[in-house]
Ligand binder design. Sequence first.
Ligand code: MG
Length: 170
Amino acid sequence: MLSDRMQSAINAQINAEVYSEYLYYSMSAYFDSAGLPGMAKWMDCQAQEEHFHAMKLFDYVNERGGRVTLTTIEGPETEWDSPLAVFEGAYAHEQKVTGLINGLMDIALEEKDHGTAQMLQWFVEEQVEEEASATGVVQQLKWIGDSGQGILMLDKELGTRVFTPPAKGE
Ligand code: MG
């Protein structure tokens, strides 16, 4: 049984993950309109991953006999100045999410809820990857600078990303 405090914290995280999904679709739309289909696809994969994160928490609350309550999703940003600004935004967002996951883990430990702490461990590891992949693209874009050719080459490379949902329980 989840404590009320733990349950409402996980419900808040479901909202944050759906917001992340929404933000990345907004970034994908920006790239599509900017004529960068590879970066649009990369963001589309990222959004699908966020949907998976939200549903992993959703399923967990149900599995523990809790109650999922969904709330209003804030509107994401819609305009950026450059591909670099978008990926810097993505990196800053992932750092914020890491803080939220750490906060959830703190609550799980305070509540002596080892089941939830165990489930959250997956998210702790996931955030390390999320930050690394966003900051990796930021670095590449910094090297590229204003080179249109460099942007197009990176766009091609990022367009090879595919989202494969991890198997249940992974
Ligand atoms: Mg996430």
